[in-house]
Design a protein around this ligand. Structure first.
Ligand SMILES: O=C(O)CCC(=O)C(=O)O
Length: 495
């Protein structure tokens, strides 16, 4: 049962919020417990939607270029709005009405369905509240699987309408989420064969209803503090009151996502960030409140089957793009988020190879070999860019020789890959290795130092880089004059 699996995430990190539930609808003055100071101004705000210099993209799913548009939005924004998504206005209105009905119940009645400290579903304040000293100006209701049990607690004699609406909404959202996931993955060149778990029945989800009552002092209150979603993607329906803001990478400004009639907001979640090996960043977002109007939002939090290991997709990983994250299930990730909150993604990130590590050197060597493979001749001119006397310190030169021998080693290691792929040689084992050894030696010998003077070892410390200019000469069969055609010059920093 997926919901039980997801709830396992919180058993080891229960959230005990030691405070009374305040009835925010009746408060006339902002209590100190809810008065935020610093986090509200962490980044500048771009003004309301009319002042935004740029807007979150709105994508028509009927557009024949929808996949490319979505890919671009995921890469550059991590958020976009969709229209023509096949969710009827009637269903959106119904779910909004169901949410309003729930939150307008007396507090004592809502508390009958209160979420347990180690549970996922039910009524309560945002789980992330435990990471902040101030309380948020909102209340929430989470539904995983069937809404029946909680609906019965809230309305013992009259729960059918709520359940019917929620179930219909969950069904439609599941279909849409599956479609969107494939558009997003498709835009990365990923196909069904690459992600076996991503079947129409496969995904797992939770529905989150958020309520933001009108607030007497909105400038000092926070509806929902900045966070990223622990999902593959989130589909958000917001009532026609603005409040959602996303942090725009690059400018580091909060940008309002204005409600657009009939549009749904799509967030890239942390798990898509991992699957895409960081190509599609999960977006930091928050909700602010306003003085006069009650705002409601409904988030469909969509993820993979709870026990499937999620890791950067093999198609997106190669020598140049090593995997940035370790494999993790959704349940494990939710547990990590409950413990580390905004450090959760970093905590599953693999250590990057250090600059002078073997891996990085081998990648550079490999790049050179790939060039070499297509060329008649490659000249490598080494240069030392440093301050002062323009001399490489001894450890740099040591590094250079280390790199050089890596080149030969990589040649050997990649023999099968290159020569089998090109079909150039089909020779017995020992001969193959002798040939590749010879090739390695030739590449070793053909790398020249431009000038002994420039690379002469010195003991001087300083900020040096050792760079190579690689001249690539084509192997053009029509070129019968025997002269080398230099096709490109490539700059490569070595150390
Ligand atoms: O209410 C909103 O606009 C944001 C909701 C949200 O971020 C969430 O439910 O995770």
């Amino acid at each position: 049962m997926p919901s039980r699996k997801l709830s396992d995430a919180f058993t080891s990190h229960p959230v005990n919020l030691h405070h009374k539930f305040l009835d925010l609808y009746s408060i006339k003055e902002l209590p100190e417990t809810h008065a935020w100071t610093s986090q509200l101004d962490d980044y500048p705000f771009s003004g309301d939607a009319t002042c935004n210099t740029e807007n979150v993209p709105i994508i028509d799913l009927n557009n024949e270029n929808a996949t490319e548009l979505i890919g671009h939005a995921c890469k550059t924004w991590g958020v976009f709005q969709i229209i023509n998504h096949n969710i009827t206005k009637n269903l959106l209105d119904e779910v909004e009405l169901a949410g309003k009905g729930l939150f307008s119940l007396p507090m004592q009645q809502k508390l009958r369905a209160a979420r347990q400290p180690d549970g996922v579903s039910g009524y309560g304040v945002a789980r992330i509240s435990s990471f902040f000293t101030k309380l948020m100006w909102s209340e929430g209701f989470t539904i995983t699987g069937s809404p029946l049990e909680h609906a019965r607690q809230l309305w013992p004699n009259d729960y059918h309408k709520f359940c019917d609406t929620i179930e219909e909404y969950q069904k439609s959202m599941k279909t849409l989420a599956g479609r969107l996931m494939w558009l997003m993955l498709g835009s990365l060149g990923i196909t069904n064969d690459d992600v076996k778990w991503a079947t129409p029945e496969g995904g797992c989800a939770a529905l989150q209803l958020n309520s933001y009552p009108a607030c007497p002092d909105p400038g000092r209150a926070m509806g929902l503090a900045a966070h990223t979603d622990s999902t593959i993607l989130t589909i958000l329906h917001q009532s026609n009151i603005s409040g959602l803001q996303v942090l725009r990478e690059g400018t580091n400004r909060w940008i309002t996502v204005p409600p657009h009639p009939g549009a749904l907001v799509i967030h890239v979640g942390d798990l898509l960030h991992i699957l895409s090996n960081g190509l599609y960043p999960s977006v930091l977002h928050r909700a602010v409140v306003n003085r006069t109007r009650h705002r409601l939002s409904v988030a469909y939090l969509y993820g993979p089957p709870s026990s499937v290991k999620i890791s950067p997709l093999p198609k997106l990983v190669d020598h140049y793009h090593p995997p940035l994250y370790r494999p993790i299930t959704w349940t494990e990730y939710l547990g990590t988020k409950a413990k580390h909150f905004d450090k959760a993604l970093t905590s599953v990130r693999l250590k990057r190879p250090t600059k002078d590590s073997n891996t990085e050197n081998q990648m550079k060597a490999l790049e050179l070999i790939q060039l070499r493979h297509r060329a008649r001749r490659i000249d490598v001119i080494l240069r030392c860019d440093g301050d002062g006397e323009n001399k490489a310190p001894r450890e740099l030169l040591g590094g250079y020789f280390h790199w050089h021998s890596n080149l030969v080693l990589t040649c050997l290691a990649d023999y099968d890959h290159y020569y089998n792929a090109t079909g150039l040689f089909r020779l017995p084992g020992l001969v193959k290795y002798l040939l590749i050894l010879l090739c390695g030696i030739i590449s070793f010998l053909s790398i020249e130092l431009e000038s002994d003077d420039n690379l002469g070892g010195s003991e001087k410390a300083g900020d040096y880089t050792l760079a190579a200019t690689i001249a690539y000469f084509s192997n053009d069969p029509d070129d019968d004059d025997g002269a080398d055609n230099m096709e490109s010059l490539k700059e490569m920093e070595i150390f």
